[in-house]
Design a protein around this ligand. Sequence first.
Ligand SMILES: Cc1cc2nc3c(=O)[nH]c(=O)nc-3n(C[C@H](O)[C@H](O)[C@H](O)COP(=O)(O)O)c2cc1C
Ligand code: SF4
Length: 438
Amino acid sequence: MNQTLVLFKRMTEHPADSHTIDRYLETGGYEQARVALGRTRDELVELVKSSGLIGRGGAGFSAGMKWSFLAPARPAYLVVNGDESEPGTFKDRQLLERDPHQMVEGMIIAAVANEVHEAFVYIRGEYPKPARRVQQAVADAYERGFLGRDVMGTGYHLDITVHLGAGAYICGEETALLNSLEGRRGEPRLKPPFFPAAKGLYMLPTIVNNVETISNLPHIVERGIDWYRGLGHDVDTGTFLFSVSGHVQKPGNYELPHGMTWRKLIYDVAGGIRNDNELKAWVPGGASAPWFVPSEHLDLEITKSVTDSSGSMLGSGAVIVMDETTDMVAAAERLVRFFAEESCGQCTPCREGTTWLDMILRRMLDGGGRAVDLDLLYDVSDNISVGVGWPPKQTTICPLGPSAVSAVKSLLEYFRPEAEAHIARANRVPVTIKGFGQ
Ligand SMILES: Cc1cc2nc3c(=O)[nH]c(=O)nc-3n(C[C@H](O)[C@H](O)[C@H](O)COP(=O)(O)O)c2cc1C
Ligand code: SF4
């Protein structure tokens, strides 16, 4: 199946130099920033709202709606979230590295729409090459007059600062990111009372948007609402970047419209399962998302609403495919361990709970599982996310804690016999695990 190339078009057609300013200008670059500079805030907010663009960072909130909530106090800030640390997600990396000017132009449009004169790009610390490319793009944009005190001769003032993270997944959560930008510990802030659009960076109104969200803007300004809505599904408009990984023949990033089935994505786009093995399960939207299984979900349409109502989420577009050879207890443990290690430690249910979930799963894998362990997994999960339902009723400041519960919930829901088999095996081989006793 062919991709619908919009965000990936330039890098596909000009793989050698799509990141350079000369190629960007040669392919119509920065013309839409000029158009935006001639429009009012209301016009731009309405355009983006009507386009149906929803945020691509995970929460799936309408971009235009978020912009319309920006409090009137000034200065206001724009922050582009390029922290991208969710296991399985690697689409922003490609946008940052291969088409950084597309994002910079999107930032100019978002800045004009929100009357912002100071913008930041926060890039994952382990992305040195994408960060270098963005730094170069910003420097070139200054040199050619697209940034600075007199953007394109219009008198508009816009500065962009590129900031590298230091390796913490939690700094992708928007308020932890703002703390980190301010030089504080990367810990999420309690919300409500204040969301970033009201009090964000330095307690001033701030728009935080994902790299992919922002990269859509030049195309929406250029080609309009009808074109953008026509690209995708009636409700989920535009294209969506899927990062497909795991046991498929052709892992990679794919730019596709919403609305196809999972069967088509996994078997057609990603080439099917390696070695002609059976598909066992997949994570539909990043490590935080509850798993899908072929018997229930393979022919569902890939849209936000269908995925939400089926008990999971499209999130950041990371699809992790697991075949019949996967030990599902090991898969759950690997995901839970990530969240346990990345917990910032502010909330007891997350700090203690994720660690306990990981230790119980590890005990099961290491041959020390006990009959009560499945109930214990549920009980600890219930303390992090009441009722272990979807969407989670979190007892924590941010959704990281409940993210660890998704894998446990999926294990107990779809693969309980496999977990019980681990415990049955363990009972025949008594072992002592360091730190646990028997
Ligand atoms: C633990 C955690 C990690 C997150 N990591 C990212 C990230 O790496 N990139 C991102 O854009 N959003 C991430 N988010 C979502 C952001 O908080 C925020 O919703 C997003 O940047 C808003 O952009 P959007 O509206 O364009 O999607 C994360 C959220 C949580 C709870
Ligand atoms: S849920 Fe976890 S990561 Fe989020 S604020 Fe609480 S302790 Fe930190």
